[in-house]
Design a binder for this molecule. Structure first.
Ligand SMILES: [Zn+2]
Length: 121
């Protein structure tokens, strides 16, 4: 697995992530939260993410069932990662925060049907 550096915009938060399958898992999500923040996330196993700096700059947002944990930088507001509700053994990480990877280079990003969440069916 390739190790990636992930930073927020202001640089307060820095993570190292091992993605489960590189950026092949990149996806958008149509749930009410993801649509508004416009994010693209990729999958990392829980033990594949380390906070290098800025743990105290991360803040947590939870909504609806309050199972998923969405983390973002409280200084610049950029989403860094979230622990998934659909699979709590996984993090989603912000593809646009990965050093050296620009979302434009990924082409069409598939959408996941978060509005009809797997845990709600
Ligand atoms: Zn920041």
């Amino acid at each position: 697995m390739k190790n990636h550096k992930l930073t927020c915009h202001c640089g307060a938060v820095e993570l190292r992530v091992d993605l489960s399958d590189g950026v092949n898992t990149a996806q958008r999500c149509n749930c009410s939260f993801c649509v508004k923040r416009g994010n693209i996330s990729a999958t990392a196993p829980l033990d594949g993410l380390r906070i290098i700096k800025g743990a105290d700059s991360l803040t947590l947002y939870q909504w609806n069932t309050k199972v998923a944990k969405h983390y973002f930088c409280k200084v610049c507001g950029i989403y860094t990662h979230h622990q998934r509700r659909s699979n709590p053994n996984e993090f989603g990480v912000n593809v646009a925060g990965l050093e050296g990877i620009h979302p434009e280079s990924l082409g069409e990003i598939p959408w996941s049907d978060g509005i009809n969440h797997s845990k709600d069916r």
